[in-house]
Design a protein around this ligand. Sequence first.
Ligand code: ACO
Ligand code: OAA
Ligand code: MG
Length: 277
Amino acid sequence: AMVSNAFIYPADALMFDLEDSVALREKDAARRLVFHALQHPLYQEVETIVRVNALDSEYGLQDLNAVVRGGADIVRLPKTDTPQDVLDVEAEILCIERECGREPGSTGLLAAIESPLGITQATAIAFASPRLIGIALGAEDYVRNLRTERSAEGTELLFARCAILQAARAAGIQAFDTVYSDANNDAGFLHEAAHIKQLGFDGKSLINPRQIDLLHNLFAPTQQEVDHARLVIDAAEASAREGRGVVSLNGKMVDQPIIERARVVLARVALSGLREE
Ligand SMILES: CC(=O)SCCNC(=O)CCNC(=O)[C@H](O)C(C)(C)COP(=O)(O)OP(=O)(O)OC[C@H]1O[C@@H](n2cnc3c(N)ncnc32)[C@H](O)[C@@H]1OP(=O)(O)O
Ligand SMILES: O=C([O-])CC(=O)C(=O)O
Ligand SMILES: [Mg+2]
């Protein structure tokens, strides 16, 4: 039911899962379902991601075949521990693209890091392939590996989140936060989402449609932020016309990083609209 309905939700991208949410005896049926969904006309307009099983599992290679042939935009690689994991998947994807006539290099990759080993190698993972559009945290597995549990404050995840952000930004790719598993707890979700936005993440994996508007609204700028961004851009344009590098706006310095941040705010309002308080 979820596969046949998901396109109705206004998510930025849809991720089909073949990994940990699929029971072992359902793996083959799920793969076939996703293969057909990817080719359905209703899924052509939306960015599609498929989380495959790891390549060293008995399902990984069959998953990759179905997903690349089906035309997924991006393959999400779970439990990425080393840059070699990325290279191994990339080599298989390239073979499949050539076999099925898909343009070589056109399948994107998103590597999820879910272990202390992966976090220690986050930078090497982020640089491992030009196919990588981003890296993501998989916190449920990560805290299991750390031998702790997730808390409301996320103290146990701070190191991993910062490592992922640093690595993604160094490599010039996107950083995505992990799922918030308590689908009925809006306040807890918003608390975590505000935290990861402040850290600098580009977005977050969601497990339930109710979380989509909450996250979009949180990432949308406020009217005050937009007004300020317009003043910054106006001041910057005026100072450029006058040949000055730095300008003062109500006593605050406006220079290049501040101008670039203002452009990000205006780009976000164009994408998401204004935040509803
Ligand atoms: C640690 C990990 O690996 S997390 C990643 C893998 N796990 C997942 O992706 C889980 C996906 N999400 C879910 O299974 C469910 O949302 C749960 C279990 C979290 C909550 O289940 P419920 O409380 O039964 O969901 P809820 O009552 O909110 O569902 C409402 C509607 O949204 C739909 N829906 C719920 N989740 C999703 C989803 N992820 N994608 C698409 N549709 C969904 C339901 O089918 C239902 O549709 P209907 O009204 O037409 O019947
Ligand atoms: O990647 C995610 O956000 C979901 C997941 O597998 C995990 O938390 O272990
Ligand atoms: Mg996981």
